[in-house]
Design a protein around this ligand. Structure first.
Ligand code: 5GP
Length: 178
């Protein structure tokens, strides 16, 4: 992909590896939620690519909803302050919820979302994250379905951005400043 001036991209997780892993996760989720009323909740914006692929890898009559929260703004550091910017469109009563997240870093965002969703009448709430920066964790959050553990590096692509750029990259990449 063409990059912004002074930036180079280096692939950390390839689109091929992502595709294979998403198919595996889809099969597991299909088996685990068979016969249950499943709703995938994507956390915008970063999860939009992952949830699109994951939803199609799950062979169940599921529903999809989205939430947007703000914690990072335009900065690359977690503030720890989480605010719901867009709430769900539908009730969770009687539903089995699977939160679909792009990346868990400090865990502050997901810890808030997990607690919040558990109080909204769902039968169960579980978490699926494509990426896990495990060494950065500040609060423990259960990641029931995980794509890849990655090192403590800022990554872009497959939905993840830096100042809104690179979400459309098919691979997860490091940005190298030159
Ligand atoms: P946490 O609250 O776990 O620290 O942060 C979670 C959110 O921070 C993610 O949903 C994502 O939006 C953002 N984030 C954390 N690490 C990265 C990263 O390496 N790259 C990008 N683009 N966003 C990140």
């Amino acid at each position: 992909m063409r990059t912004a001036a002074g930036e180079r991209l280096e692939v950390l997780v390839s689109s091929h590896d992502i595709k294979t892993r998403v198919e595996q996760l889809g099969k597991r989720i299909t088996a685990d939620y068979d016969g249950k009323d499943l709703v995938l909740i994507g956390i915008l914006k970063g999860s939009f690519v992952f949830i699109a692929d994951l939803a199609r890898a799950i062979d169940l009559p599921l529903a999809v909803d989205f939430m947007a929260v703000s914690s990072y703004g335009m900065s690359t550091q977690s503030s720890g302050v989480v605010r719901i910017v867009k709430d769900l469109d539908h009730s969770l009563d009687g539903k089995h919820v699977l939160v679909v997240e792009d990346i868990v870093d400090t865990g502050l965002t997901l810890n808030y979302i997990y607690g919040h969703l558990k109080s909204r009448g769902a039968m169960s709430v579980k978490i699926c994250s494509l990426l896990d920066k495990v060494s950065r964790r500040q609060v423990a959050v259960p990641i029931h379905y995980k794509g890849f553990e990655i090192p403590d590096e800022f990554v872009v692509g497959y939905g993840l951005d830096v100042e809104e750029r690179y979400r459309n990259l098919p691979d997860v990449c490091r940005v190298i400043k030159s």
